[in-house]
Write a protein that binds this ligand. Sequence first.
Ligand SMILES: [Zn+2]
Length: 324
Amino acid sequence: MPKQVLSIPALMKLLTSEAAAYELLEDLRWRGEPVCPHCGTIDRATYIQPVNGTSRATRTGRPSERRVWKCNACRKQFTVLVGTIFHGTKISIRTWVLVLLEMCASKNGISAREIERKYDLTAKSAWFMAHRIREAMKTDPLAGLMRGTIIADETWVGGDPANRHGDGPGYGRTDKQPVMALIDYETREVRSRVIPDVTGRTLATVLRDEVEVKRSQLWTDESSSYRSIGEEFNSHHKVNHNAGEYKRDGAGTNLAEGYFSQLKRSIDGTHHHVSVEHLGRYLAHFDFLYTHCRASDSERMIGLLQRVGGRRLTYKPLTASVAG
Ligand SMILES: [Zn+2]
């Protein structure tokens, strides 16, 4: 499908029916060559025409517009949803695609409450949808280590606004959570994660996990926590905020400051409160938007649709930590 067809208005026009939404997903995921999710055979499946031409009967007796294929190798049937974050959903695929696009397009993200209102869903469905999409936004575990000029920084995020006094962990009662971000200066790829504390040992562990340290340059502020791990890098540049170097040197940690301020604005303004349990998924969303900020909204969406497979998130692990 040509890229220019997928502007947001064009996409809205394409999504006239549930079957059209399936076809769009098929185009984006398979590029004309259906992949059997059961045996992995590529482009040897036959589309099964619905008996009455438009919809097929389901077990519940309600007509369904889902598009079903049959694999000529293993003889099993499948749809484009099998094995993806959409698998088993009762929400229309048309709604899924529109919400997915909004989550790829909006700079500040979109809250589950907005999804609920706009698409007339239950609070539970909207919340679950948003989290499933964020799950797909997580960095690919096979992405490999970062390498190059890596900016590292930490901040405190979240917490209930009612408890907010001051801006650090030392101010009264707080449930803010430390977060560390690594940004590749050249590509702008960002990987952030929730960390238990900001000790040198923790920061070093994250850096060794994510970066090819010996072949990279590290940029940090003057925090002594980076001193030891900094020696493992090819070089370590410390930006002295007090001496005005922060302002002078664009390559410094102010990229990380920018990332953090946008993250905090969004959490405060759009989501209002993010619990510690779910903060990791919100970070995945922001990392995804920031990393792909040079792409168009629809390019981001297409990129994400390539990654929806193999990340099915069931309701149980997601809700297990919600109580309380
Ligand atoms: Zn098969």
